[in-house]
Every structure is written in C-alpha cells, then in structure tokens.
Ligand binder design. Structure first.
Ligand SMILES: [Ca+2]
Length: 346
C-alpha cells in the first residue's frame, strides 16, 4: 500500500475528428529495451495519477505566446508571470466541478492541484483507476539506468480530457559523414521527422514547409503523411557515437535523438546565460524566431534520408534532407559562435 507511482502517459489528444478521446495511435505500447514487466498490479494497491483539465482562453494564450516569441513584436521577451497565466487559463468552474465530481465518485482521495489549477493529482486504488479509465490494466515495470519502478497500462484507455503540447522545439539527429573523423554532418537514418496527425501546421512554419514540399525530389507517397500537420524537427544535432559516463563507467557508441536533444538544449542554455548577463530576457519559445531567421547560426544538413515504413510500397524510404529546412534535420545543427551572435540580441 502507499506505493508512490506516477502516470505520465495520460495524453488525450484531438485527432481531427477520427478518434477524439484516445491516446495518439502510434503511441508506443511495447516495452522499451532494458525494461521488464513484473506483472499486474494488486487491485488494492494505490497510485496517484495526474489529470490535465481543459484550460480556458487557450487561443488568447497562443496569441500572447506568439507576441512574446516574435522578435518583430513590441511584446518580444516580455513574459507573463505565472499568476498572469493562471488568471488566463484556469479551467472554468464548470470544468473543475465536473472533473472533481467524476474523480470523487470513483473514490479518489487527497486530490491536490497547482496554481494554474489545470492539473489535478489524486490517490486511487488500482481497482478504482481501472474502473475510472475504461480499457486500462495497470502493470508494474522496472528498468532504466537507476532501476526505476513504474506503474503503466500497456493497453489504451478512454479519457475525457484534452491536453495540447505543440510549443516545443524538436531536434533531429545527424552523424559524421566519416564516422571516425569530425567531418560534415549527414542525416542519421534513425532521425525522427515528418508531420503530425494531431496538430495543424503553425503559421511560423508556413513558408519553410511549403517550400520543402514543393521542391523536394524524394517525397514519400502523399497517403503516408499529413502534409497540413505540424512538421518536425525544427533543428538537429549529432546523434551518433557518444560516450556516456554513468557511475564512472564509460559506455561507448550511445546513439539517438535522446542524445542530440540535450545537446541542443545545453547550447540554448549557454545562449540564455549570455542573454541574462547582458540584461536580456531568456529566449523563451524559440520557434517563431528560428523560422524568421531561416536557420541563421546553424549548419544546413543537405545529405541523407531517414528510414520510414518497412513495407513493400516505400521499402523504408522516408523524407530526405536538402538545402534549407527539411523534416529530417530541421534548419540544421548548431554552430555555437554564430548561433550565439544571432540569438544574443534583441
Ligand atoms: Ca537542410
């Protein structure tokens, strides 16, 4: 009893009318390498899932995010306080009442929220949680570098909430053309990239994506991707051949965009440090600026394709990189001195 467990996978996404209240169709349901199942959870065991509540004024918030992220706007860098955001997005009394009533009726206890009131965490038994979320069946898993214990449902479940997360900068992967030398970067075939089935294309991407779609000589068949969706990645970084040192043990040849993403995040943190030292606000949501600047400060990756479906029609052929933005490496990989220069002001 009282096992601390958390649920991070409670994503209910808007899927253009096809599948309103279920997880994204390509959500991973197989165990990642290094994780093992310990079997089904005891029905009387307790867990504390977190629920995302529908926010208010999301369109207004979107306009404000656009204004503070757009270097040509007088509002650029003038961020809202958490209290300002809370006043704007706090779920309506009806939403709060409906969700609280739904959870309390299921037996949820000791619920607590956050300042914006758009997340609610409650304690439930496994039995209650499985009744609350039709389709769910909770199991114990253990894995990862620190042998973490988690409780997850390997089966999809229904959930009457909506959560939106399109405000992220996504990072693709590259490898060196000659793997044993620091040479030009080309596409790492494992790089993620393509088009969202969930989120429409944001306005800041319009020019870059339209240009790519009209000029790329190697597009997959149009039935294989949603050309009007939010395209990704936005940028890229090396994702091949890292040495990771964990508990003083060096592990060679670590690869993947889980390596390139923190590299790009670290570089942006360094740039933010320079901005703060010179009296500027941090960069905030980068994407509008990134696309307005057409990849200034980044090395354009123009060679290589990533892998796609391994079926007879496309035989693994995904999108290919090319001059300028592409849905494999975005605008390219960081050239730190140049990127710092271009992102330091205003
Ligand atoms: Ca490119």
């Amino acid at each position: 009893m009282g096992l601390q467990a958390c649920l991070l996978g409670l994503f209910a996404l808007i899927l253009s009318g096809k599948c309103s209240y279920s997880p994204e169709p390509d959500q991973r349901r197989t165990l990642p390498p290094g994780w093992v199942s310990l079997g089904r959870a005891d029905p009387e065991e307790e867990l504390s899932p977190t629920f995302a509540l529908r926010q208010q004024n999301v369109e207004r918030l979107s306009e404000l995010v656009q204004a503070v992220s757009d270097p040509s706007s007088p509002q650029y860098g003038k961020y809202l306080t958490l209290e300002n955001v809370a006043d704007l997005v706090r779920p309506s009394p009806l939403t709060l009442h409906t969700v609280q009533k739904w959870l309390l009726a299921a037996g949820a206890q000791k619920c607590h929220s956050v300042i914006t009131q758009d997340f609610l965490t409650c304690w439930l038994s496994i039995r209650q949680a499985e009744l609350l979320l039709p389709g769910a069946e909770f199991h114990h898993y253990v894995g990862g570098p620190t042998e973490t214990h988690v409780v997850r449902s390997p089966h999809p479940y229904q959930l009457p909430h909506i959560l939106e997360v399109p405000y992220v900068t996504t990072v693709g992967g590259t490898s060196f053309q000659e793997p044993f030398l620091i040479t030009n970067e080309i596409v790492d075939y494992i790089s993620g990239g393509g088009f969202s089935n969930v989120f429409p294309r944001p306005s800041y991407q319009e020019e870059a994506v339209t240009k790519f779609l009209s000029s790329s000589p190697h597009l997959p068949p149009s039935s294989y991707f949603n050309a009007s969706g939010r395209a990704y990645p936005d940028v890229a970084a090396l994702s091949d051949g890292y040495w990771v040192v964990s508990n003083r043990v060096p592990i060679p040849w670590v690869s993947g965009t889980s390596a390139s993403t923190p590299v790009f995040g670290g570089i942006l943190s360094l740039i933010n440090e320079h901005r703060i030292l010179s009296g500027r606000p941090p960069l905030g949501f980068l994407n509008p600026r990134l696309y307005q600047q057409h990849g200034a400060g980044l090395f354009d990756v123009t060679r290589g394709c990533h892998e796609s479906c391994l079926d007879e029609e496309v035989e693994g052929q995904g999108f290919c990189s090319g001059p300028g933005w592409d849905p494999v490496t975005g605008w390219g990989t960081p050239n730190f001195p140049a990127l710092l220069k271009t992102l330091l002001n205003p």
